[in-house]
Design a protein around this ligand. Structure first.
Ligand SMILES: Nc1ncnc2c1ncn2[C@@H]1O[C@H](COP(=O)(O)OP(=O)(O)OP(=O)(O)O)[C@@H](O)[C@H]1O
Length: 255
């Protein structure tokens, strides 16, 4: 068994509205191993974003415990958070008039990367995402696919073992989607643990080792795609989209 990079135990997150308490995440536990890609799938309002925000320290859970490479996220949030690259992607997030290298150096400094490590980290991140040859070009001249790779480089600039990739292929053309998928596979082979969110079932089918079906703030199933197909009682050659549709109804909130 490989090393556990992240362990979330009994995560609950409530939202209070006047005198009513809404249980967005009820009691979720999961872990993430080295070299593994996991994904949470479920209907709108299932609690996926709330859960991922809790793990990446954008929201404090109501209760539960999160260990990131042995560091307690709730007790030492800054230290734990630095072990994780959170990649939101999209057209924004960079200084258009600065080069890719300058942008990465800037974000590296924001993440407290030491000056003597910064240059090497930036070069390694650019190499990994295959942008080293255009590193001196302004970010504003980059295509959507290149920008997405630059976002991933930004997530890598302080050398985190864990990456959270939010919709990494959204809005990209077929070729760029293919490149991003190849990059995710490379990161996984390098030993990164990756939490992938995507509405594109083909991304999940291609990349994810372990799927967590989430509905009504709870996990209904976890396992690989083959096990999910058994759980959904569909043939093994059925598409993930059809498999998901078989179980979608039972994931709807009843509260
Ligand atoms: N700040 C908030 N205050 C009150 N309720 C909230 C807040 N954030 C989320 N919720 C509620 O918690 C539930 C879970 O929302 P969440 O965004 O985590 O779901 P999701 O699975 O990510 O959905 P989607 O696929 O639409 O992004 C929803 O019913 C939502 O309305």
């Amino acid at each position: 068994m490989t090393n556990i990079l992240l362990e979330a135990k009994n995560i609950k997150r409530d939202f209070k509205d006047k005198d009513r308490v809404f249980h967005a995440v009820k009691d979720i536990s999961f872990d993430l191993h080295e070299g593994e890609v996991i994904s949470f799938i479920g209907p709108n309002g299932a609690g996926k974003t709330t859960l991922l925000k809790s793990i990446s320290n954008y929201l404090v859970p109501t209760s539960g415990n999160i260990e990131v490479m042995g560091i307690n996220l709730l007790k030492q949030p800054r230290k734990a958070r630095r072990k994780m690259g959170v990649v939101f992607g999209g057209d924004r997030g960079f200084y258009n008039n600065a080069t890719a290298r300058e942008n990465l150096r800037f974000f590296g400094r924001l993440l407290d990367v030491k000056e003597k490590e910064l240059k090497q980290n930036v070069e390694e991140a650019l190499e990994t995402v295959e942008l080293a040859n255009v590193g001196d070009k302004k970010a504003g001249t980059f295509s959507k696919g290149m920008l997405q790779r630059l976002h991933i480089a930004r997530g890598l600039v302080n050398n985190p073992k864990i990456l959270m990739l939010d919709e990494p292929t959204a809005g990209l053309d077929v070729e760029a989607v293919y490149e991003i998928r190849a990059l995710v596979k490379k990161l996984k082979q390098q030993g990164h643990g990756i939490i992938l969110t995507s509405h594109d079932m083909a991304d999940i089918e291609n990349l994810t080792d372990r799927i967590f079906l989430i509905g009504g703030g709870e996990i209904h199933f976890s396992g690989d795609i083959g096990a999910l197909k058994k759980f959904a009682k569909v043939d093994q050659d059925e598409s993930l989209e059809k498999t998901y549709l078989q179980v979608a109804d039972q994931l709807k909130r009843r509260d």
